[in-house]
Design a protein around this ligand. Structure first.
Ligand SMILES: *Cc1c(COP(=O)(O)O)cnc(C)c1O
Length: 385
């Protein structure tokens, strides 16, 4: 499949990157679990930590086709993908600009590890392009963004960021986890490297831990050179699971996005809900920008309940929607960022990022929305003091 990028999205999901079963002609990819392969000339030394087993290589083709890039790499977790990619581009004395609202793990990696490597970093004061520009130094090598962000669903202007970075020869990276390649292909807006926690929408069933990156051959080679030293490979069984998951990604994410828009609209009219954060609502400050750079607005939203409704009691009273740490599964889940994903940030940094203690992050699944709405309404009733 030479011109895989010309194929429709569902065909890419279903077929690109299949491992052909030459022996038995089975309908799906066989799994090659070998960690030891014949030394095949000088060029191909297959070994799982080199990211080049048959299943690893083929899955990378599917992910590259989805992100419309030349190449891709897959990792043992989203954080392995993020840390390896950042360390590949940042050397001692270099500087990186990161947007203010970031996934908690990424924030922790930067503030806990970069000093050891002598890497300088700045966080922007807001997502306005002037605030990115203000932080540029002579030694700035990377600008790192995340849009929509976790957990407030803020939107960063990808085109403006990439234009600014290109004028200074700065590499741009995006955490594209929340949108997934279904809702957003950042390469269309000039972003260089796309990073995913494949644990989320790519996996989609809350049963895989994995990461992925996509970019040009040159950038992927640069990252691979560090990746083989850091060793964050993904096992071939999980690679196979991920390939299986990706076949339905467009179906899942489309339904999740449709459901999230319905839920956001419903919650916004619920008198017991104080505020809803969802880029697909016309009242969202970045609605127009989101519409410009996203196909759908994604399956994630956040909301705050009115005062007098205990958020913990609310969560514990839900019957259908599970309270859970992770997100993006076909089942709806929710959590309190202040108590879980952003607990390590501390109260001050959370307040700085606008994450209130009563905020609830909602990962909308593929269920019927009438059942989700009923579940929420009943739980609110129980949580009223
Ligand atoms: C979960 C997540 C990560 C980290 O991924 P892991 O697979 O848990 O290592 C990074 N970014 C975002 C936006 C996430 O939601």
């Amino acid at each position: 499949m030479k011109d895989s990028k010309k194929l429709g999205i569902d065909t890419i999901c279903t077929h690109v990157g299949e491992v052909k079963d030459e022996q038995f002609k089975g309908a799906i990819s066989p799994i090659y679990m070998s960690t030891s392969y014949a030394f095949d000339g000088v060029d191909t030394k297959r070994y799982p930590r080199y990211f080049n087993t048959p299943n690893q290589e083929m899955l990378c083709k599917k992910i590259a086709a989805l992100e419309k890039t030349e190449n891709a790499l897959i990792f043992g977790s989203g954080m392995a993908a993020i840390s390896t990619t950042l360390l590949a581009f940042l050397h001692k004395g270099d500087h990186i600009i990161l947007q203010q609202t970031l996934y908690g793990g990424t924030y922790n990696f930067v503030v806990e590890e970069f000093d050891k490597f002598g890497i300088e970093y700045s966080f922007t004061d807001s997502l306005a392009i002037e605030d990115f520009e203000k932080k540029i130094q002579k030694n700035t090598k990377v600008i790192y963004i995340e849009t929509p962000s976790n957990p407030l669903l803020t939107i960063t202007d990808m085109k403006a960021v990439s234009k600014l970075a290109k004028s200074k020869e700065i590499v741009t990276m995006i955490d594209n986890t929340f949108a997934s390649p279904i809702n957003q292909t950042p390469v269309d807006f000039g972003i260089d490297i796309m990073i995913h926690s494949a644990t989320k929408y790519m996996g989609g069933h809350s049963d895989i831990l994995a990461g992925a990156i996509a970019g040009s051959n040159e950038h992927i080679l640069k990252i691979w050179n560090v990746a083989k030293n850091l060793g964050g490979s993904l096992s071939d069984f999980t690679v196979w699971m991920l390939e299986r998951s990706l076949k339905t990604m467009n179906l899942r994410v489309k339904k999740q996005s449709k459901n999230a828009l319905k839920m956001a609209k419903n919650l916004a009219t619920n008198p017991d809900v104080y505020h809803v954060y969802y880029p697909g609502l016309k009242g969202h400050p970045d609605y127009k920008l989101a519409k410009k750079q996203m196909k759908n607005f994604g399956g994630m939203l956040s909301f705050e309940l009115q005062e007098g409704i205990d958020p913990m009691k609310f969560q514990n009273s839900l019957k259908l929607i599970k309270s859970s740490m992770s997100l993006a599964g076909v089942e709806s889940t929710l959590l309190s960022p202040a108590l879980t994903s952003h607990a390590l940030l501390g109260a001050e940094e959370r307040a700085n990022q606008g994450i209130k203690d009563g905020l609830i992050r909602f990962s909308v699944g593929i269920e019927n929305t009438k059942d989700l709405i009923a579940d929420i309404e009943k739980a609110i009733k129980k949580a009223k003091k």
